[in-house]
Design a protein. Structure first.
Ligand code: FES
Ligand SMILES: [Fe+2]
Length: 393
């Protein structure tokens, strides 16, 4: 985020805190509970969001060096991502051209070539089929016509984006819809991959995303945890096409204002938490130590199950904190999960059960929950559905 933008955000937060005001959406929205329970809608979402839409996969440091690879199955399509020998980012369907087995198991590593576990056809990291086991016995085929299928992808601003189906291109600027400036200023290229985890939840994938969509709940659900660090009922509000950014204030914000001569001297990351929604399924958090990327997908083809693929990437100025102790990269998950799993996703599973109870037809997003208005209408726009209406009365 640019310096001037940081100043604008900080002054909104300061004023909002002093006046007990936050962004007002100007009305409420009612969302049908069937948005969380309808199998036909899920099928449409799977096709549109998780096959046809470019997805943020991670950051450049997920593929740290030439000849590194990362296989990710989160979207339901097995995707082989590589940084090839020349350092270029490439993505392929991880599907063998012989009989369709997964050529490379899920995970990360370094390799110049990949041998399929079924009959040992071998591909290089440009996706070319370079060897057919017992070729003379197998029969004659043109190797050039049996390369791995390349997927559209682009690496920009330190982000890795892939469209899970072949055809077309990925344009990261279009995907970010005006958020490019923020992303380039966070210098995501230089962040190191810390650790990754998968968090299952008994909640629709949008229900899981919703838990990152307001801080109205902080003083209640998180009264004994996050509330001591982040001020509830206070956020900024900025829309970037289908994406969204809100910034929360840390409890030390006003005190920090008092301690500096000019607001320009405020250490932005130490006094805020930035929450980005990156269409269609990603929450990106920026805090004091790290960039957290949470990619949220439907699980088991179920309307009531999701998996959150969480990776975190450490700022250079915070590396020593985790690499020289007292905390390891993985230990950070303990504190993170005590809030996200034990509190947010626990209550999200209750909300999911509530949606399935058929007790009522709609839930309500308040005028103090503007991000939820945005997330749900972004998804509706993506599917060509009618947007939820703002009820201003
Ligand atoms: S399916 Fe890959 S070699 Fe046969
Ligand atoms: Fe929460």
């Amino acid at each position: 985020m640019r310096r001037e933008e940081k100043q604008r955000v900080l002054s909104i937060l300061r004023k909002g805190w002093q006046n007990d005001e936050s962004h007002d959406a100007g009305g409420i929205m009612r969302c049908p509970v069937s948005d969380y329970t309808c199998p036909e809608l899920l099928a449409q979402e799977q096709r549109t969001f998780f096959r046809e839409t470019p997805l943020l996969m991670g950051l450049s440091s997920d593929l740290q060096e030439p000849n590194s690879y990362w296989v990710d199955n989160a979207s339901g399509v097995s995707i082989l991502m590589v940084r090839d020998s020349e350092g270029a980012f490439r993505a392929f369907g991880n599907v063998c051209r012989h009989r369709g087995a997964r050529v490379v198991p899920e995970g990360r590593g370094n390799a110049l070539q990949f041998s399929c576990p079924f009959h040992a056809w071998t591909y290089n990291n440009h996706g070319n089929l370079i060897a057919i086991n017992r070729e003379r016995k197998f029969g004659s085929i043109c190797k050039e016509e049996h390369s791995l299928i390349e997927l559209p992808c682009e690496e920009k601003f330190g982000m890795l984006w892939v469209k899970p189906t072949p055809g077309g291109t990925v344009n990261v600027e279009n995907c970010l819809g005006g958020m490019e400036d923020d992303m380039s200023h966070w210098d995501l290229t230089s962040k190191s991959h810390g650790a990754s985890q998968v968090i299952p939840a008994d909640a629709n994938w949008k229900m899981a995303i919703d838990t990152f969509g307001e801080n109205y709940h902080f003083d209640v659900l998180h009264r004994d945890s996050l509330s001591s660090e982040i001020k509830g009922n206070l956020q900024t509000h900025d829309i970037y096409g289908l994406n969204y950014r809100m910034v929360f204030a840390r409890r030390n914000l006003l005190e920090a204002y008092e301690s500096v001569e000019s607001p320009n001297d405020l250490p932005f990351r130490l006094v805020t938490l930035c929450v980005y929604f990156i269409y269609p399924n990603t929450i990106l958090l920026i805090d004091q130590y790290a960039v957290d990327i949470l990619r949220i997908f439907p699980a088991d083809n179920s309307t009531s199950k999701s998996n959150t693929h969480h990776s975190w990437y450490v700022f250079n100025d915070s590396k020593h904190y985790f690499e020289e102790g007292p905390h390891s990269y993985e230990e950070r998950f303990v504190g993170f999960n005590s809030v996200i799993v034990n509190e947010d996703y626990n209550v999200a599973s209750q909300s999911q059960a509530g949606a399935e109870s058929e007790m009522y037809s709609h839930i309500v997003f308040g005028r103090n929950e503007p991000a939820l208005h945005h997330y749900h209408n972004a998804h509706r726009i993506g599917l060509g559905r009618k947007e939820l209406e703002l009820e201003t009365a």
